[in-house]
Design a protein around this ligand. Structure first.
Ligand code: MN
Length: 151
């Protein structure tokens, strides 16, 4: 895990800087789960799962599934700091991801199974509750495409 890419993409000082947390690698002592609804140039949802002191993150172009039978593309993106789990607000114009960020769901998760290219988790959120699968598909130019669905 590393926050280097997170920090490289963002401007934390000077005029017009981002309001996002700079953050550091730090564990909460529980497995935090959060989904942000992000009104950037394209509306998407950001799934974040705490692992090894960072929030592993995936951008989901359509609303995350609450029921079985709907599979969503989830594009793996850079690790975010733990402090991001509480972040919401409007990222100023001119910054990476400019636009309104709201907390769509939050809670904790349990890791049920983990393989190199997939994981099964039990989500304890308000909107998402139950067992979910994340599986790497290698979709996309950067081969960072995964699928996220309720199992
Ligand atoms: Mn986003």
């Amino acid at each position: 895990m590393s926050l280097l890419e997170y920090k490289r993409k963002r401007k934390f000082s000077g005029s017009g800087k981002t309001i996002e947390p700079k953050g550091k690698i730090k564990s909460s002592g529980k497995n935090i789960f959060v989904i942000h609804e992000h009104h950037a140039s394209h509306l998407h949802w950001d799934l974040r799962l705490e692992e090894n002191g960072v929030l592993k993150s995936w951008a989901i172009p359509k609303e995350p599934p609450t029921e079985k039978g709907i599979k969503r593309l989830a594009v793996h993106v850079e690790d975010h700091p733990l402090a991001y789990a509480k972040f919401h607000g409007t990222i100023p114009e001119g910054n990476y991801g400019a636009g309104k960020v709201e907390i769509w769901d939050k809670g904790t998760y349990e890791l049920l199974e983990k393989n190199p290219n997939s994981m099964k988790i039990k989500i304890h959120g308000k909107r998402l509750r139950g067992d979910y699968i994340l599986v790497k598909t290698n979709f996309g130019k950067k081969k960072n495409g995964w699928l996220f669905f309720r199992s």
